[in-house]
Design a protein around this ligand. Structure first.
Ligand code: HEM
Length: 260
């Protein structure tokens, strides 16, 4: 028994092999697919199905189905972030000072460092959208559905809250394609690019931050409001969101070809 325990632990101690990193990587992807799988369920399946239900059935579905899906959704987002940070904390290979990538300034200048930083920018924004926009607004929708089912008055703000959550959810769908492109590409693709000089890196980050900010402000209604018109065009239909997500991937790939 003791020999088996030693054999199991040896994988975590062997020189050049980082068992903890692998463990956190696996749990990170497991949590990530749970989160993003539910995001796609909400966007591609639930929104359209709920729209076809009558009010009574929809309130039942919000109470019994959406509330449970949202529990897994937000806590999977939390676990994804936690395991992502743990990967950074224990991953040492690229840290030039032998420290973790979280504390190694040089790592963030390498192509892999820039790629994962871009992925993390998008993923942390998506996480903030889940916990600060989608969940607080969905809580109002769920409370309203339960109240109406119990015979109470409908909350006049519930529809607007659902709309705010829906816009952030659509934006998360759009960001998710490029986010995953960078997550997966960090170890399997972007390492092959040449290290960009600081000028090119600065322009890359400037353009990246502008794209990120414009989209995020748009889904929050700061740009273009919350109505269905203008810059909210690509939120109105899941196919438009999918198309926009792919276009963003192509744009980011071109930025890499130009600047790295
Ligand atoms: C919430 C914030 C997130 C953080 C801080 C984060 C952080 C990281 C880090 C540090 C890595 C390792 C990169 C490397 O060196 O190869 C990684 C890889 C990865 N992440 Fe994330 N991530 C986040 C969100 C997500 C989400 C939402 C998904 C969705 C599924 C995801 C999926 C992946 C995948 C598939 C890999 C690549 C695993 C591999 O190639 O071995 N991440 N992430």
């Amino acid at each position: 028994m003791e020999a088996l325990a030693t054999d199991i632990l040896i994988i975590f101690k062997r020189e050049g092999l980082n068992g903890w990193e692998f463990l956190f990587r696996w749990l990170h992807v497991l949590a990530g697919i749970t989160w993003i799988g539910l995001l796609y369920y909400f966007n591609f399946v639930q929104v359209r199905s709920f729209a076809e239900l009558d009010a009574g059935a929809r309130n039942q579905a919000v109470d019994k189905l959406a509330s449970r899906a949202l529990w897994w959704f937000r806590w999977a987002a939390m676990a994804t972030l936690a395991f992502g940070i743990l990967i950074l904390a224990v991953q040492k290979e690229s840290g030039t000072d032998g420290g973790s990538q979280l504390t190694s300034g040089d790592y963030w200048k390498t192509p892999s460092g820039v790629a994962i930083a871009t992925g993390i920018l998008l993923a942390v924004t998506m996480f903030a959208n889940v916990w600060l926009v989608i969940w607080p607004n969905q809580k109002k929708v769920i409370a309203n559905a339960r109240n109406v089912l119990a015979g109470g008055e409908a909350d006049p703000d519930a529809a607007a809250a659902g709309r705010r959550a829906g816009l952030a959810s659509r934006q998360n769908t759009i960001f998710s394609f490029a986010m995953l492109f960078f997550m997966v590409g960090t170890a399997h693709f972007f390492g092959n690019f040449t290290t960009a000089d600081s000028g090119n890196r600065a322009i890359y980050w400037l353009i990246t931050l502008i794209i990120w900010l414009v989209f995020e402000l748009n889904c929050l209604g700061v740009i273009g409001g919350t109505g269905p018109q203008g810059t909210n065009w690509f939120y109105e239909d899941h196919k438009r969101a999918i198309g926009t997500g792919f276009v963003l991937v192509v744009v980011w790939y071109l930025l890499w070809v130009i600047f790295f």
